[in-house]
Ligand binder design. Structure first.
Ligand code: ASP
Length: 333
């Protein structure tokens, strides 16, 4: 059962909690399609961003999500802040909180930074990516996108291909996909896999050509060169020739299989430029769904006061229907 925060996929409380967010997301997808895509659900609430690492999609979609829920937003840019003068993470977080905020969305290069902040402030903390560790809202939007296009996740075969070692997306996705009953195969050269896969409920392959005809989802990951401290590959060209989703390899996919990528893409490396734009590519759907999923998360943490798991502190029945009903009231459905 989740408390005030969303720090990792585990906080969602397993399949039931994930399903609850996905059901709520349906309501917010509908809001996003309205002529005026805005509801008053979080009027009077303030959400602040604390991004110590670059971001395009996550930051913009959290900001759009908060605005569509009528929350006030407080932007914090590390590059032009007192962090440059040596202010600590703790002092920075507590300074922002002193201005009166309800939630802080945090991205940090160090695994565990959002967890530390959650111990220092009373506001809700949402992890928007911490080092190699976790990126829970990415996992939620990926689950939502697969469910939307394939009708469900249970029993589906998902290959996660690329730099698994440095990927917080891979760690969060494996947890969420398998919690919902998918089979996951990691496809990567040995140097781009974590040193130990003990406890990972996955299969591993080094043969992309053999795996592609068996999958429902080919999920590509970028080389996270900003996290590589040693040379893990002979060359990018060699990586592409063995593990890149080229047009020739995309032809190995079943006709109903889909291609996904969390972005940013390095076209021509892990994914051929043309493959990213094929009809089977869901990459822009992932971005679109990211807004509605983050609306659902903000609403659950700040709006309803209920848990993201099956039961919640202010929702004695703990039933997802109760939360759904509240969301329907909030979205005017
Ligand atoms: N945008 C994703 C992340 O923040 C994936 C990536 O950067 O490659 O982890």
């Amino acid at each position: 059962m989740i408390g005030r925060h969303l720090l990792e996929v585990e906080d969602l409380g397993g399949a039931e909690g994930i399903e609850e967010v996905l059901r709520l997301t349906d309501s917010f997808v509908e809001v996003s399609e309205r002529a005026i895509p805005k509801v008053p659900a979080l009027r009077g609430r303030t959400v602040a961003w604390l991004f110590y690492e670059d971001s395009t999609r996550t930051r913009l979609s959290f900001e759009t999500a908060a605005k569509r829920l009528s929350a006030d937003t407080m932007n914090f840019s590390v590059g032009s802040s007192s962090v440059k003068k040596g202010e600590s993470l703790r002092d920075t977080a507590r300074t922002i909180e002193a201005m009166g905020i309800d939630a802080i969305v945090v991205r940090h290069a160090s695994a565990g930074a959002p967890h530390r902040i959650a111990g220092w402030v009373d506001a809700s903390v949402i992890n928007a990516g911490d080092g190699w560790h976790q990126h829970p809202t990415q996992a939620l939007l990926d689950c939502y996108t697969i469910r939307q296009h394939l009708g469900g996740i249970a029993g589906r075969h998902i290959a996660i291909i690329g730099d698994i070692k440095h990927s917080r997306v891979a760690r969060s996705d494996v947890e969420a996909f398998t919690a919902l009953g998918a089979e996951v195969t990691l496809v990567a050269p040995p140097t781009l896999l974590p040193p130990s896969l003990d406890g990972w409920p996955v299969r591993v392959s080094h043969d992309l050509d053999a795996v592609l005809p068996t999958v429902d989802v080919a999920y590509l990951l970028r080389m996270q060169r900003e996290r590589m401290t040693e040379a893990l590959l002979p060359s990018l060209r060699e990586y592409t020739s063995t593990y890149g989703l080229t047009i020739r390899r995309a032809e190995l996919l079943r006709p109903d299989a889909v291609v996904m990528h969390p972005g940013p893409m390095n076209r021509g490396v892990e994914i051929a430029a043309d493959v990213a734009d094929l009809p089977c590519s869901l990459i822009l759907d992932q971005v679109r769904n990211g807004v509605a999923v983050r609306m659902a998360v903000l609403y659950l943490l700040l709006g309803a006061g209920t848990s993201l798991g099956a039961t919640g502190p202010t929702d004695p029945s703990g039933s997802p229907e109760t939360t759904q009903t509240r969301a329907e009231e909030a979205t005017g459905e």
